[in-house]
Design a protein around this ligand. Sequence first.
Ligand SMILES: [Zn+2]
Length: 188
Amino acid sequence: MIALTFDDGPDPVWTPRLLDLLADSGAHATFFVIAPRASRHPDLIERMTEAGHTIGLHCDEHTRHPSRDIAWGRSDTSRALARLHPLGATPGLWRTPWGDLAWWSGQVAREQHLRLVHWTVDTHDWRGLSARHMFEITRDRLESGSIVLAHDGIGPGARRTNAAQTLGFVELAAAQASADGLELGALT
Ligand SMILES: [Zn+2]
């Protein structure tokens, strides 16, 4: 199985299109959501759940952990989970903003029964690369056990205004996975 993961969503324009594409490809994925964005689009969270995707936690405020202390970490995480629970999402997985960890990140994860998840393949889609370019630089590492980082939302610092190329990448990756006899699955 290859695990496609998407950070920084949900996005009202791009997440629905991505969900359509995943459905057409028979694929599942993992979404590490920004909690206030999830609150603004509860319909998208419901769609993810109904389609069998995994909803993980990204953050409440998209801030680098090493720049903050554990009190902030506890409060940001609790606030995010409290926003997600009423939407029917109870994340067990956590990808921190930019994948950055502070000394306390693991401790807060344990306290909240979250498992930290990094990635093995980075599409760098936030830079605005073309779908073909992203596929070329990652295809050799799209293998069983890969965890692929991409973004369905436009996050802080992104050098692009949309996620069209990310969707193009997903199409190419799905075709390659199918040719290789690999499944695109959700992390659990
Ligand atoms: Zn992010």
